[in-house]
Design a protein around this ligand. Sequence first.
Ligand code: GAR
Length: 210
Amino acid sequence: ARRVVVLISGSGSNLQALIDAQTHDRLGGEIVAVISNEHDAYGLKRAHEAGIEAVALPHREYDSRDAYDGALIKVIERHEPDLIVLAGFMRILTPRFVQRFLGRMLNIHPSLLPAYQGLNTHARALADGVASHGCSVHFVTEELDGGPVVLQAELAVTADDTVETLKEKVHAREHLIYPIAVQWCLEGRLQFSPEGAKMDGHLLPPHGMC
Ligand code: GAR
């Protein structure tokens, strides 16, 4: 089976969606380890309960970003993954780390990229009064939240939406699209190329598939 390592920092609801997809044979591979930079991340519990190796690798125990990423590379490579999946992993990655896994690493981001890269995406979208918002799965490159988009889910922002309701709506969409994108990757249908993401050999538009 194709091997997946998932990196998390928190609740791990996206991790749970991936675990559930695996349970129903819809992931196209096996999650062989879950690694968190926060030792008390709830996602580690989810992994443990699913019988998946759960590793806490606290960044606070390392002197530099480079030292931490070096340690992280070692732990990841021990599991010989075909794909690395960032699921709420709230760390900026060093170029060395990104280069090591280029084309084999996906992230999910709570906005319709390229809009709202970075943090607090829901609050910023609300403040701008946007009519629609959503989430994006993309390949990770050295440009923060800037790698080629693979798949997006768009939703309508309504007059009564708050950061909390928006966050909840976006989360629900994330849980739908992330397992699909991971499955496409593991089946070899989805590929990274320097010009952009490719699906079945065809270059995707900049916003990926909606
Ligand atoms: C998700 O909404 C994900 O898009 C976001 O963190 C959340 C993690 O939730 N990621 C980022 O903001 C990355 N910069 P989860 O732990 O419940 O999966």
